[in-house]
Design a protein around this ligand. Structure first.
Ligand SMILES: NC(=O)C1=CN([C@@H]2O[C@H](COP(=O)(O)OP(=O)(O)OC[C@H]3O[C@@H](n4cnc5c(N)ncnc54)[C@H](O)[C@@H]3O)[C@@H](O)[C@H]2O)C=CC1
Ligand SMILES: O=C(O)C1=N[C@H](C(=O)O)C[C@H](O)C1
Length: 264
């Protein structure tokens, strides 16, 4: 039995994760970390599943009180998610993190902390298998077609831009692509930002619109041709196989795994 704490139970992902955990025979939800509702149980909060699971607002207090916890599933916002993750590791609780927007210093610090505690942790910029394949295929294509731009499209409640998936895609592409700057050497922006964000010469464009869920297209260009590699998450259920897989696999690794492509 794996005892799990979910951070962000009232969020779109947190809610979906609780439903998934509740259906699995070998998973047990033992607590939730929320921004409010301290001292209540899930069933006492409108809109949450009818479960007798305690809610805490303070991570330290939660991890001390619920000493049976094995895994933290972190699905909140960047700053809070980082603190939750760090505190969990300090309590020997393995983190499975979907929250995006951590910077490279934070990732390094979490890796060191995990290693010092001899436990594993997973940070997955995208839990959807199709998205992981889209990133992997893009990494392969970039070896042959180094001119590439990334367009990511998300719902308009998203806090971080570019998306964690777009950043990870560019980082993976960087490993196979010959460094080059793209576009005309004398190009100028008549409106700042017109050419998008830049990572190692690649451009990333972020769209935010109501109605969208999570979508990304990686477009490569070569003489007389383009190649598009595209993934769409149509709902949050698309991420749950990856969350389930990560909860099980996190016991088999040491230190930080950043990206599910390393485990598949
Ligand atoms: N890795 C992946 O595959 C995916 C990652 N995400 C990421 O997961 C995170 C959550 O996404 P959504 O559920 O769509 O967002 P959401 O906005 O629906 O939920 C975020 C939740 O965090 C909660 N929260 C804020 N501060 C908190 C605190 N101090 N303590 C506890 N909870 C707190 C909010 O109350 C809210 O319920 C985002 O960072 C998003 O980028 C989202 C979808 C897939
Ligand atoms: O906020 C979201 O919704 C998503 N966030 C992740 C990201 O930043 O890449 C994963 C997915 O795209 C959905």
């Amino acid at each position: 039995m794996i005892n799990i704490i979910v951070a962000g139970p009232r969020g779109k992902m947190g809610y979906e994760a609780i439903k998934m955990i509740n259906k699995e025979e070998n998973f047990r939800l033992v607590a939730c970390l929320d921004r409010k509702n301290n001292g209540k149980t899930l069933k006492e909060v409108d809109g949450l599943p009818d479960l007798d699971v305690p809610i805490y607002e303070n991570a330290e207090e939660c991890f001390q009180a619920v000493d049976s916890a094995d895994v933290l599933v972190e699905l909140t916002i960047p700053e809070v998610g980082y603190l939750h993750t760090k505190t969990a590791i300090q309590h020997n609780i393995r983190p499975v993190v979907g929250t995006t927007g951590f910077n490279s210093e934070q990732l390094e610090e979490l890796d060191e902390l995990l290693t010092s505690k001899n436990i594993g942790g997973i940070i997955a910029p995208n839990f959807a298998i199709g998205a992981v394949l889209m990133m992997k295929f893009s990494q392969m294509a970039a070896k042959y077609l180094p001119d590439v731009e990334i367009i990511e499209k998300h719902h308009d409640n998203k806090l971080d831009a570019p998306s964690g998936t777009a950043v990870k895609t560019a980082e993976m592409i960087r490993e196979t692509r010959e460094p080059k700057s793209q576009g005309h050497p004398n190009e100028t922006e008549t409106i700042t930002g017109a050419r998008g964000a830049e990572l190692d010469g690649m451009r990333i464009h972020s769209l935010r619109l109501p109605g969208l869920v999570a979508h990304q297209e990686v477009i490569f260009g070569g003489p007389g041709q383009t190649l598009s590699i595209k993934h769409d998450s149509l709902n949050r259920a698309s991420f749950m196989d990856g969350v389930r897989f990560s909860i099980e696999r996190v016991f088999e690794i040491d230190g930080l795994v950043y990206g599910l492509e390393q485990l598949l």
